[in-house]
Design a protein around this ligand. Structure first.
Ligand code: HEC
Length: 159
């Protein structure tokens, strides 16, 4: 029994040594090659960057919160500064919101209020957000990243 343990222990040590050596040699043979555990190039570097990625590429907040020009294109000079809603429901919906408020600067909301909107779909007035705004169920880190990003934008909102 004891001998088996010693053999097993030796095997572990040898394996570990071999692993270390092979890592070393692979690094030596390919200097400058990307390391296995290096972050992928496109990975967001900070909370603000992650928030920007979520806002622009995943949750598409701009589709409703940025006004459009006369051709219906997003007016990037007024990015996330609040907009009239241009989509209408197929079936009449008395609870439909016609306006999406400004988000740039996020001056009108505390972090907790922002979290409630993005994690629970509840507005600062304690009521469910009206359509066509989505009821998002984001995780806390994503919501915080979005809030950090919105706060980093220059604001058109009274602070
Ligand atoms: C499909 C359109 C749409 C999209 C996409 C959208 N919103 Fe909205 N948002 C609205 C509308 C409409 C309202 C107003 C809702 C209301 O009056 O109840 C609103 C309201 C809000 C409010 C204010 C809630 C309140 O009660 O004061 C916040 C904050 C908000 N949106 C943040 C976001 C963020 C952040 C994103 C992206 C993650 C986003 N929205 C994406 C349409 C949208």
């Amino acid at each position: 029994m004891k001998a088996t343990h010693q053999v097993a222990f030796c095997a572990v040590v040898l394996l570990a040594a071999g692993f270390g050596a092979s890592r070393l040699s692979s690094r030596e043979s390919a200097p400058g090659a990307p390391q296995k555990n290096a972050a992928p190039a496109a990975a967001p570097q900070s909370s603000v960057e992650r928030g920007r990625y979520l806002v622009e590429n995943v949750a598409m907040c701009e589709e409703c919160h940025t006004p459009r020009d006369s051709s219906g294109n997003l007016d990037e000079s007024r990015r996330l500064q609040g907009a009239q809603i241009w989509i209408v429901p197929v079936h009449a919906n008395p609870n439909w919101a016609n306006n999406a408020p400004a988000l740039a600067g996020f001056g009108g909301y505390s972090d907790d209020q922002g979290s409630d909107v993005l994690e629970k779909g509840v507005g600062p007035n304690g009521e469910n957000i009206r359509q066509p705004m989505h009821i998002y169920h984001m995780n806390h880190a994503d919501a915080q990243a979005i809030i950090a990003y919105l706060r980093s934008l220059s604001s058109a909102y009274p602070q």
